[in-house]
Design a protein around this ligand. Structure first.
Ligand code: ADP
Length: 193
């Protein structure tokens, strides 16, 4: 299986690029942010997830991991999966390793989109006006997400680096240019095996 962790700070372009990778390689795209936003807003779980996401806080690991695993189970015949927005903590990364090894597979690579913080803030405030995301509209919430990213999520890159699975990709410039760099990285990695 081709299991790609697409990594990067809020606004790095994970959603956009995931769709392109999904189409090119025939993968399933799982975005935990989309899964949380798609929960019934009147259900207990939906309310709980929203209470964290609206503030720019991470949803607790136990809930996130359970939701991710049940999402993956919906696609038993997938050739591979793009994990977008997961794992966001080292505990989640460990849980993903355990979960995939129980299915006799593993993370193939982490592709990390590198984008400067000033550029990220510009992108997020532009997205707020289009996508109806309250967490994109408020500079304080954006800053909280970036802080959470730096404190809790950035270490996940080192986790995969220790497994020699980290590939950094320049996430600035044209969307097509970034896609091309991702394709090259995936194709190189696959041909090494
Ligand atoms: P972005 O990458 O733009 O911050 P996402 O759509 O990936 O946005 O996530 C939106 C929100 O959903 C996050 O701010 C967080 O509250 C929650 N979330 C998504 N993925 C995770 C995760 N793996 N662990 C904890 N919370 C998550």
């Amino acid at each position: 299986m081709l299991n790609i962790v697409l990594f990067g700070p809020p606004g790095a372009g994970k959603g956009t690029q995931s769709e392109r990778l999904r189409d090119k390689y025939g993968l399933v795209h799982i975005s935990t942010g989309d899964v949380f936003r798609g929960l019934n807003p009147n259900s207990e779980l939906g309310k709980l997830a929203k209470s964290f996401a609206d503030k720019g806080d991470l949803v607790p690991d136990d809930i996130t991991i359970a939701i991710l695993e049940s999402e993956v189970q919906k696609f038993p015949n997938a050739k591979g999966v793009i994990y977008d927005g997961f794992p966001r903590t080292t505990a989640q990364a460990q849980a993903l390793d355990d979960f995939l090894s129980s299915k006799n597979t593993a993370v193939s690579m982490m592709l990390s989109l590198v984008v400067d913080e000033v550029e990220l803030k510009t992108r997020l405030s532009k997205r707020a006006s289009k996508a109806g995301r309250p967490d994109d509209a408020d500079p304080e919430i954006i800053q909280n997400r970036i802080n959470n990213y730096n404190e809790k999520t950035a270490p996940v890159a080192q986790y995969y680096d220790r497994q020699n699975k980290l590939i950094e990709i320049d996430g600035e410039g044209s969307i097509d240019g970034i896609t091309d760099r991702l394709f090259v990285a995936i194709d190189n990695q696959n041909s090494e095996k």
